[in-house]
Design a protein around this ligand. Structure first.
Ligand code: ADP
Ligand code: MG
Length: 631
């Protein structure tokens, strides 16, 4: 074999990550041990899976284990596993580069201030590099399962800019990572300290973690043969009875599987026995991971499928619907075949049931939070509410349950906080009210300030304020809740008479009195609008645009147009408030040009308020200025 050593430079991004990690993780430096053990455990998981089809990979094997060895003289700490190992190319790809494009984007997007935030860093799995927080040199010796003893690889780096690669002889299967500890990191040479870290962070790892048994201190006694002892529970956490587990166990396990440095918000751990046998342990994170914001709907990680304790694959798409893509955890089935592939999985009938059961568990958990831990539920909503809303449109079977969990801002709540449930709303409806009113807009301010709300406010009727992109789409599916219709206040006839307080006679009179100005406006605006009519919606503002019951919302029309779709132009209806001074002025204006300006202004303003960009903004400004100059 060759013994030549090759020196390579880290990718620029790796160097950047290394710098970040070593400078910002210092206050949590002991987590390197958790990360390296986590990698060792992943490596054992991978080999156990591979060996299902190729049992020869495990020949001569006494079972998987992860060993931690301390050499006080050499000042090293070694973490060794007999897992899958890596080929030379894999070492280069996995350790020398940053494979995940998400990480790359993340680095680019982070501001320099954020770059020192350990929690953010934790979100993109910098696992291996955390070794450099405590070590000034790290060497990794590895041999891939199924290759010859002489095909080992040695990787070494001081964590600055370069690493070296060479061949290694007589290497056992798996990977050994040796940390040459920095001068002031002696604590990690103390076996009791390392044991307590294993107990704290890695107790839940499903493989035995072993350390050498400590001698009883009798120097003269003949040195006993080295004896390894297991220092963790070594049973998969989700297989242990709930009564044995404390919160810290669950949290540590969460960090291991979710690659998150933050605590989980909540979890649900269940064993189901019956026609299907499975265990699920599902977590809600407390923070939205970075790539969720990047809209990674397809690339989902963090929900792991096990079959009879054997890790099979990351299978979030198969196990939960997209609107629950923030959930992390494990599902361990006794019924699926061990050699299940993604393709087989898709056709498996058990899977559908598994998926429905997991979905139900998550919804149960959310119900419980909403009821018993409103603060946690609020956190959930803040982080994942927008994603969760997709469910109201997509998950027909659970529509009512999902709707019950939705939270909105409303005309009766403070600011942009989304905390009003549909049940809260119904509980506050005015006596003769039979619909749930909502308004969609481009932003909170546009919603809260919309003239569409004037008359409803005057009647004391609450309106839900929806201002996220997804809302128009969601409400086109969510049209009813608890027997009450959801009504967009900008659409159709509001039926305010029914709510009481409006004198139908008086309204007729007002309409009659306004016939002249309505006719005038219709002539002025011509083809631009479908109709002009007197508004029941307005109390102060001069004009507002409304749509027919079944028209597509204006924001939705705009979205589709931007996405290059052909949208049938639905012309809006202009409603006016005859009591408003501008409308009165138009009524009495005899100068034709000025009347024209005023008429167009009423339409343009109503458009602006709906967040519709004007076709000719310059003309609008000219008209406003002309009118201002005239007074
Ligand atoms: P992550 O574990 O999130 O993928 P790490 O930085 O911890 O990120 O590890 C990077 C990659 O290096 C792993 O995905 C894996 O492919 C490889 N690796 C690390 N440690 C080991 C190991 N002990 N055995 C085999 N492969 C490993
Ligand atoms: Mg890792």
């Amino acid at each position: 074999m060759t013994t030549t050593t090759e020196t390579r430079k880290f990718e620029a991004e790796v160097a950047q990550v290394l710098h970040l990690v070593t400078h910002s993780l210092y206050s949590h430096k002991e987590i390197f041990l958790r990360e390296l053990i986590s990698n060792a455990s992943d490596a054992c998981d991978k080999l156990r899976f591979e060996a299902i089809g190729k049992p020869e990979l495990l020949t001569g094997d006494g079972g998987f284990h992860i060993d931690i060895a301390i050499d006080k003289q050499a000042r090293t700490l070694t973490i060794r596993d007999n897992g899958i190992g890596m080929s030379r190319d894999e070492v280069v790809a996995n350790i020398g580069t940053i494979a995940s494009s998400g990480t790359r984007k993340f680095l680019e997007a982070m501001s320099s201030e954020q770059k020192s935030d350990a929690n953010l860093i934790g979100q993109f799995g910098v696992g291996f590099y955390s070794a450099f927080v405590v070590a000034d040199k790290v060497s990794l010796v590895t041999r891939k399962a199924g290759t010859e003893a002489g095909e080992g690889v040695r990787w070494e780096s001081d964590g600055t800019g370069e690493y070296s690669l060479s061949g290694a002889d007589k290497v056992e299967r798996g990977t050994a990572v040796t940390l040459h500890l920095k001068a002031d990191e002696d604590e990690f040479l103390q076996p009791w300290q390392v044991r307590s870290l294993v107990a704290r962070y890695s107790d839940h790892i499903g493989f035995p973690i072993r350390m050498l048994k400590e001698s009883d201190g009798d120097e003269k006694a003949e040195k006993p043969a080295e004896e390894w002892e297991v220092v963790n529970q070594a049973s998969a956490l989700w297989t242990r009875p709930k009564s044995e587990l404390i919160d810290a166990d669950y949290q540590n396990f969460y960090k291991h599987i979710a690659h998150d440095f933050n605590d989980a918000l909540a979890w649900t751990h269940n064993r189901v026995e019956g026609t299907q046998n499975f265990t699920s342990l599902l977590y809600l994170p407390s923070k939205s991971p970075f790539d969720m914001l990047m809209g990674a709907r397809d690339e989902r990680k963090g929900l792991k499928l096990y079959v009879k304790r054997v890790f099979i694959m990351d299978a979030a798409e198969q196990l939960l619907p997209a609107y629950l893509r923030f959930v992390r955890g494990v599902v361990d089935s006794d019924d699926l075949p061990l050699n299940v592939s993604r393709e087989i999985l898709q056709q498996n009938r058990n899977l559908e049931k598994l998926r429905a059961a997991c979905t139900r568990r998550v919804l149960d958990l959310l119900d419980k939070l909403a009821k018993d831990e409103p603060e946690k539920f609020a956190t959930f909503w803040k982080e994942f509410g927008t994603t969760f809303k997709e469910g109201a449109a997509e998950d027909f079977a659970n529509k009512e349950r999902i709707a019950k969990l939705l939270r909105f801002a409303s005309t009766k709540s403070e600011g942009a906080v989304q905390a009003v449930s549909l049940d809260d709303y119904i509980g506050r409806m005015v006596p003769s009210q039979d619909a749930i009113y909502y308004l969609t807009a481009d932003g909170y301010a546009a919603a809260a300030g919309s003239p569409q709300l004037e008359a409803l406010k005057a009647h004391g009727v609450e309106v839900l304020l929806m201002y996220e992109r997804i809302d128009d789409w969601m409400t086109s599916y969510l049209t009813e809740y608890a027997g009450k219709k959801l009504r967009n206040v900008a659409k159709g006839d509001l039926d305010l008479d029914k709510l009481g307080g409006v004198d139908a006679e008086k309204r007729k009179e007002a309409e009659k009195a306004a016939e002249g100005v309505v006719k005038k406006l219709k002539e002025l605006l011509g083809e631009r609008v479908r109709d002009v009519r007197v508004s029941a919606r307005l109390t102060d503002s001069p004009s507002v645009l409304v749509l027919d019951e079944h028209d597509m919302g204006l924001a939705m029309q705009r979205l589709l147009k931007q996405a290059g779709h052909d949208v049938p132009a639905s012309k809006p209806i202009l409603e006016i408030n005859p009591a408003n001074v501008l409308v009165k002025r138009l009524e009495s204006e005899t100068n034709e040009a000025r009347a024209q300006d005023l008429g167009l202004l009423l339409l343009d303003q109503a458009q602006l308020l709906e967040g519709v960009a004007l076709d000719d903004p310059a003309a609008y400004v000219r008209r406003v200025n002309a009118l201002l100059a005239h007074t």
